[in-house]
Design a protein around this ligand. Structure first.
Ligand SMILES: Nc1ncnc2c1ncn2[C@@H]1O[C@H](COP(=O)(O)OP(=O)(O)OP(=O)(O)O)[C@@H](O)[C@H]1O
Ligand SMILES: [Mg+2]
Length: 214
């Protein structure tokens, strides 16, 4: 089993959106047995699951903020949707579970500053220092050709964490959220740009670069 944690202390950067779309990707495209653990009492991932129709490949949900993280032995992919403001012991605990961490960042000065501080905190965790978990940054809600995206790009280039994908700002994610599906389950003609933007992230997730050193 592989555990992917979607993590950033900043609220609203896209943790739940990326978690649910990743669940949709693995269940729909790779036909994996996917468990989606929601660590956030807001329950965004669970609300997404509740909206998910039976016609779509099953994703098992766990309200991990209030119940133990118990799942079947046959689970292929465990996706953890982290809440905002995870620090200290709670952070160490989530990192302990992770093989791979996806770190979404929004192109805004406040988010970029917060991301720098949080990345330092994350890199101070022993397991991260030992390379036993790999981190990839995803720029989210990007509007290309804006000055702020150029600044975000420059910021991401400087920090020594792999910058693996750029997702644009689009209603497609909001529509998908409403129906409990991911962009992978929407008509390709409607989401082809977004499918393309996920390709580098999927490629990274499939490569050794996102796998922890033993
Ligand atoms: N790429 C995107 N394009 C358009 N809207 C987006 C995108 N990513 C996220 N959103 C929207 O932004 C809002 C915040 O996203 P989301 O809930 O995924 O963030 P979060 O990090 O999980 O927030 P929280 O810290 O509150 O849990 C949601 O309404 C979501 O639909
Ligand atoms: Mg969330």
């Amino acid at each position: 089993m592989r555990t992917i944690v979607v993590l950033n202390a900043k609220g609203g950067c896209g943790k739940s959106t990326i978690s649910t779309n990743l669940a949709s990707y693995y269940a729909f495209e790779e036909e994996k047995k996917v468990v989606l653990a929601d660590y956030d009492p807001q329950g965004s991932s669970l609300a997404w699951l509740a909206a998910r129709d039976e016609q779509w490949p099953a994703v098992e949900g766990i309200a991990a903020f209030k119940e133990p993280l118990r799942h079947g032995k046959d689970t292929d992919i465990l996706i953890i949707d982290a809440p905002a403001r995870v620090h200290g012991k709670e952070l160490t605990e989530l990192v302990r579970r992770a093989d791979t961490i996806i770190f979404p960042v929004l192109p805004s000065p406040i988010d970029m500053r917060a991301a720098t501080d949080y990345m330092q905190e994350l890199q101070a965790v022993g397991k991260v220092q030992r390379n036993q978990v790999k981190i990839g940054i995803v720029a989210n809600r990007v509007r290309e050709n804006t000055i702020i995206f150029a600044e975000l790009y420059e910021f991401l280039r400087k920090i020594k964490i792999p910058y693996v994908a750029t997702l644009r700002d689009t209603q497609n994610y909001i529509r998908a959220e409403e129906y409990g599906i991911g962009i992978f389950e929407m008509p390709p003609s409607q989401v082809y740009q977004d499918l393309e933007s996920w390709e580098p992230l999927i490629k990274w997730l499939r490569s050794k670069r996102s796998m922890p050193d033993k």
